[in-house]
Design a protein around this ligand. Structure first.
Ligand code: GLP
Length: 256
């Protein structure tokens, strides 16, 4: 794992945006795995401002709530069209999100996996992290080999996401999420985490043992993960001096 610690979320986001933009320029028909959540909003704003060509890209989002329509203001469909897809020249048939209204949930999940495979697999996967280490909606105790499937949210996640829905009661109980096994097959994972409330989850994920109790710790098994942190989210890491040293000493050809 490469750990990039920046003074502010904005500085870290700019570097992450540069990495995504580089892939889009070098591989115009790339397959992107996208994420939602407050952490991603400034990243999408930066990508929109860069005026990249999205016309040949294909995207797959990590997750969606079950039982709310794509038009619902808190659906991840709505989030993605508002914050990103509606502002770039992506072709709507290249946009993929799990279908939260599917009648046959296992079939729709299998279909999603097959579609990712047929598209050639994910070149890059964006990830945020939950306060207890979830990636996508893979809650603690998720199988580290899991594929796209239905999950039941923990009370903690429903509480964390209540700010978007107005009340905790309005947050759905069920979601469809790519599995940890799905995420681990992407060619490059970019994990962004900012603020004190993510510090514990980050320390466990980066420096703790690999455990289903912190699903993001499974990323230690992935050969190419870049973690973007601000000082607060890096606050509980032990080897911060080393991570800063590594970043400062990067050979020119590795610079972002
Ligand atoms: C949400 C999403 C995750 C996201 C995480 C953090 O519930 N399902 O994909 O990474 O929680 O969200 P935020 O960036 O708002 O802190």
């Amino acid at each position: 794992m490469e750990i990039i610690i920046q003074p502010t979320p904005a500085a870290a986001t700019t570097i992450a945006a540069r990495l995504v933009a580089r892939l889009i320029r070098e591989k115009p028909a790339a397959v992107l795995g996208l994420a939602t959540g407050g952490t991603m909003e400034p990243l999408y704003r930066e990508l929109v401002a860069l005026k990249l060509d999205w016309s040949r890209l294909t995207t797959f989002n990590l997750d969606e709530y079950v039982g709310i329509s794509p038009q619902h203001p808190q659906s991840y469909h709505h989030f993605m069209w508002e914050k990103l897809f509606g502002q770039v020249n992506i072709s709507d048939q290249n946009v993929n999100l799990p279908d939260g209204l599917a009648q046959d949930v296992p079939a729709t999940c299998e279909h999603y996996e097959r579609k990712i495979f047929s598209a050639g697999g994910l070149d890059l996967q964006l990830l945020g992290i939950g306060t207890h280490g979830h990636i996508g909606f893979n809650e603690p105790t998720s199988s580290l080999a899991s594929r796209t499937r239905i999950k039941t949210l923990t009370p903690q996640t429903r509480q964390d996401n209540a700010r978007f829905f107005g009340s905790v009661e309005a947050v759905p109980h069920h979601v469809i999420t790519m599995g940890i096994g799905t995420i681990l097959e992407s060619r490059h994972c970019l994990l962004l985490a900012f603020g004190k409330k993510k510090a514990r989850a980050i320390a466990e994920a980066v420096e703790g043992p690999i455990t289903a109790m912190n699903p993001a710790s499974a990323l230690q098994l992935h050969p190419k993960v870049t973690v973007f942190l601000d000082e607060e989210a890096a606050g509980e890491l032990k080897l911060t001096d080393y991570y800063r040293w590594v970043y400062a000493q990067k050979p020119d050809w590795q610079k972002i």
